[in-house]
Design a protein around this ligand. Structure first.
Ligand code: IPM
Ligand code: MG
Length: 362
């Protein structure tokens, strides 16, 4: 039997709790679909700083490179806020080392959870969008300078970097509702002007069948909560994507529900919930594992190309929610593990006919 190597990086805060559930769900998938997953758990972020003095070690990087897919819980926390070594640097280094330039963040609104959203039902109903965030360029990776009274973070983009994320977004739009919104700040920033020119040219050359619109990031921040249904695929640079994806996650009712996939060209993908380390609730079995479980579905779908298994996990989450399971962020009182157990039960009980339709984005 073919076996799939999966590196698990629990990290910090609630990271280990959601990674535990992610692994349980993968065990259930293995049992139900007769698959073999081989796990290797490695340190990253603050946990790695404590264990070895650096947020990303050679050992972790080698394990990730050899894996078929990588799952990450979360990194960061108040403990390392003033330390010279930052946990976040481990994640950034890993994204760069694996060449993961496309960060895919789907946002959907479950009908069952619609009243968890701070926005009105009439605004959020039927929202189904996906953000394609460029992940290895921009001010995150430009030269950083610092003197006592001056600091700068250089923001750089090349045509090649813009083209490859735009390709991914246009291709995804073709398999969805055929619309791309490219977000920039072209009225002010030179990188944004290059971004807009490049996306416009690529569209005319190769994707004229896709509808393309451009939006300025400030206006986009407003439109995203004013009329989220207007969007299908959103493509943007690293920092704007970071901000807009947190904003978009409230549409569905909780950031605890939001999954992500980071993909490159050929390298193993990295799959992680969007929520981060949530130090205020860490270690208390309070967090929502659904963002992690939906990231497992993305791992199966895009990392391992196991489509039926991915559908089963998506559908298990839906059925657990339909049955009324709610963690604290959704106004309920069941814990992270109990929510995980309910989803695991649903995976084990899934059959080919209970799979629901799901959106494609790549
Ligand atoms: C995210 C996070 C990271 C980022 C941090 C932890 C470095 O906010 O994945 O959105 O800014 O990319
Ligand atoms: Mg973020």
């Amino acid at each position: 039997m073919k076996s799939y190597a999966i590196t698990l990086l629990p990290g910090d805060g609630v990271g280990p709790e959601v990674t535990y559930v992610a692994k349980e769900v993968l065990h259930a998938v293995a049992e139900r679909f007769n698959r073999r997953f081989v796990f290797d758990t490695q340190a990253i972020g603050g946990a790695a700083i404590e264990a070895s003095g650096a947020p990303l070690t050679q050992e972790t990087l080698v394990s990730c490179r050899q894996a078929d897919a990588v799952f990450l819980g979360a990194v960061g926390g108040p403990k390392w806020e003033r330390s010279a070594q930052r946990p976040e640097a481990g994640l950034l280094e890993l994204r760069k080392a694996l060449g993961l330039f496309a960060n895919i963040r789907p946002v959907r609104v479950y009908d069952e959870l619609i009243d968890c959203s701070p926005l009105r039902r009439t605004i959020v109903a039927e929202t189904d969008l996906v953000i394609f965030r460029e992940l290895t360029g921009g001010s995150y990776f430009g030269e950083k300078r610092r003197t006592a009274d001056r600091a700068s973070d250089e923001c750089v983009y090349t045509v090649g970097e813009i083209e490859r994320i735009a390709h991914a977004a246009f291709t995804a739009a073709r398999a969805r509702r055929g619309k791309v919104t490219s977000v920039d700040k072209a009225n002010v920033l030179e990188t944004s002007r290059l971004w807009r020119e490049t996306v416009t040219r690529l569209h005319a050359e190769s994707y004229a069948d896709v509808k393309l619109e451009h939006a300025l990031v400030d206006s986009m921040a407003m439109q995203l909560i004013r009329q989220p249904r207007a969007f299908d695929v959103i493509v943007t640079e690293n920092m704007f994507g970071d901000i807009l994806s947190d904003e978009a996650s409230v549409l569905g009712g909780s950031i605890g529900l939001a999954p992500s996939a980071s993909l490159g060209a050929g390298q193993p993908g990295l799959f992680e919930p969007v929520h981060g380390s949530a130090p205020d609730i860490a270690g208390r079995d309070l967090c929502n594992p659904i963002g992690a479980v939906l990231s497992v579905a993305l791992l199966l779908r895009y990392g391992l190309k196991l489509r039926e298994e991915a559908d089963a996990v998506d559908s298990a989450v839906e059925r657990a929610l339909r049955a009324g399971a709610r963690t604290a962020d959704l106004g309920g009182d069941i814990g992270c593990r109990a929510m995980g157990d309910l989803i695991v039960d649903q995976v084990l009980r899934s059959d080919a006919f209970t799979h629901c339709a799901h959106a494609h984005w790549g």
